[in-house]
Write a protein that binds this ligand. Structure first.
Ligand code: AMP
Ligand code: MG
Length: 286
């Protein structure tokens, strides 16, 4: 079964995160065992992004969501580092600035949406406005509860303009989060990542679970599906995400664009110049 089908939240489905195994690894016993497959999908991803860029018809928006230490940064480092930076933007969304907060909640996200031919990665996204905002009552319920429809409309607009949207929930369990916090405390190279909020937010584990479940139930649509990615194993998370991106881009049946010039004419000109200038190394086959 392809991974798009396997990990997608089907539109209208109920989501129960507790029932989903965060340690799922498919048929792979270990990272070593999965290396060859990871390489295959990374290579495919690179080629498909080149095609996306060259064809200049579609764009791709990747939203990464998950609890603290779920691996949003790691995903960007590992999977998305395969992409050519010229065709890619990454935006991390923090507490809105004064200017951002003075606009409608979608303003800052819309500005960062990908242009044709581009991939945009959102490290956190417009979903924060129905996640952290809902859990902490940052706006009244009558405001955030309308946002699900508003988000669906927003995503419909982007999709209508050629943007394919993939939303990944990186699913770790409570034990794994604690393990990762411990690693951050013990490793001087990771200590800078620790924030007070990592610990305070953990008290709201169940509230976040409900908020994530609602977001995925209300906003997984055909044009902008949610995927629940088992993420206790970082290498499996990386593999699953690159595979889903590859399958999605493959399904677009993109084509290299026709040249904008007459290649025969240009070739003739090239040979004329070579003849006239007489320079250059001998050509192979001449
Ligand atoms: P990090 O991604 O770890 O750098 O943390 C960013 C912080 O910004 C998290 O605590 C988010 O919950 C918070 N944040 C992101 N978007 C919003 C938003 N729209 N409203 C309030 N807080 C937000
Ligand atoms: Mg953090």
């Amino acid at each position: 079964m392809d991974y798009v089908k396997r990990f997608q939240v089907k539109p209208g489905d109920k989501v129960n995160l507790k029932e989903i195994d965060a340690s799922f690894r498919d048929r792979h016993k270990s990272h070593e065992h999965a290396l060859a497959e990871i390489e295959v999908y990374n290579n495919k991803l690179r080629k498909l992004q080149y095609l996306l860029y060259a064809e200049n018809k579609h764009s791709l928006l990747i939203c990464l969501q998950g609890r603290d230490a779920a691996g949003k940064d790691g995903t960007i480092n590992h999977v998305l580092a395969t992409l050519n930076p010229q065709g890619c933007t990454v935006n991390g969304f923090k507490v809105p600035s004064t200017e951002e907060a003075a606009h409608d909640f979608l303003w800052r996200y819309h500005k960062a949406a990908p242009a044709r031919g581009q991939v945009a990665i959102f490290n956190r996204s417009h979903y924060e406005d129905v996640l952290v905002v809902r859990v902490h009552d940052l706006v009244p319920k009558e405001v955030w509860s309308k946002r699900y429809d508003q988000i669906n409309d927003f995503e419909k607009i982007l999709h209508g303009n050629g943007t394919h949207i993939l939303k990944f929930y990186l699913h770790i369990d409570a034990d794994e989060q604690l393990k990762r916090f411990k690693k951050r405390i013990d490793d001087p190279r990771r200590q800078w990542k620790i924030s007070e909020s990592d610990y305070t937010e953990r008290h709201y584990w169940d509230d976040y679970t409900r908020a994530f479940e609602s977001a995925m139930e209300k906003c997984s649509t055909k044009q902008a599906p949610w995927f629940i990615i088992p993420a206790n194993y970082k290498w499996f998370r990386n593999l699953a995400i690159s595979r889903i991106i590859v399958e999605t881009l493959d399904s677009l049946h993109m084509k290299m664009p026709d040249p904008t010039v007459d290649i025969k004419e240009i070739r003739k000109k090239y040979h004329e110049i070579r003849k006239k200038e007489g320079g250059g190394r001998p050509e192979k086959g001449n």
